[in-house]
Design a protein around this ligand. Structure first.
Ligand code: GDP
Ligand code: MG
Length: 163
């Protein structure tokens, strides 16, 4: 498989909502698979005539923050190994959290294309709030609302361009 795109980020930022939107009306390739990838879901999508496979990470349940950090590091590292491009999703509603910083730290080290998606930007005041995400050190970001598709076109244009 080529053109693999992984969506990473801490729980509740909206990864699965965005994933489900993208794979809508596609055949049900989405599945949980066993082994090291048990917590990921796969699907197919296309944009501007370019097909890609999507990985939705993080269906895990963890007890403590420490346990969570270990798990998210593992997920991000797997995604980094496997993916051709990575969407790192954060949430404008909660702002930057220590777990976001942790993921950003891992992603800043890698050479693959990374698309920072600031999700839940449902109105213009939230658009202004998004500027804080520059401090993650990943450069430009895309403001989106996965729940209604707002802003996702620009993100997908850039994403498929990089594949
Ligand atoms: P995940 O844990 O990262 O996969 O996040 P989910 O996709 O399960 O979403 C977590 C919560 O955020 C759910 O209640 C979603 O309805 C909500 N959510 C997702 N996208 C948006 C959005 O664009 N705007 C708002 N306001 N809420 C959203
Ligand atoms: Mg999810």
């Amino acid at each position: 498989m080529s053109n693999i795109v992984a969506i990473v980020g801490r729980p509740n930022v909206g990864k699965s909502t965005f994933f489900n939107r993208l794979i809508q009306r596609r055949e049900a390739i989405v599945d949980s698979v066993s082994g090291v990838t048990r917590d990921r879901h796969y699907g197919k999508s296309d944009w501007n005539g370019k097909e890609f496979s999507l990985i939705d990470t993080g269906g895990y349940v963890v007890g403590s923050d420490d346990e969570f950090e270990t798990e998210i590091d593992k997920q991000v590292e797997l995604a980094i190994d496997e993916a051709d491009a990575i969407i790192f999703m954060v949430d404008v509603d909660s702002g930057i959290t220590p777990m976001d910083e942790e993921v950003a730290k891992l992603l800043r080290k890698i050479k693959k294309p990374i698309f920072l998606a600031v999700n839940k930007v449902d109105n213009s005041s939230r658009q202004a709030d998004a500027v804080e995400f520059y401090s993650l050190g990943l450069g430009e970001f895309y403001t989106i609302a996965g729940i209604n598709g707002s802003g996702t076109g620009e993100l997908l244009d850039a994403l498929v361009e990089a594949l």
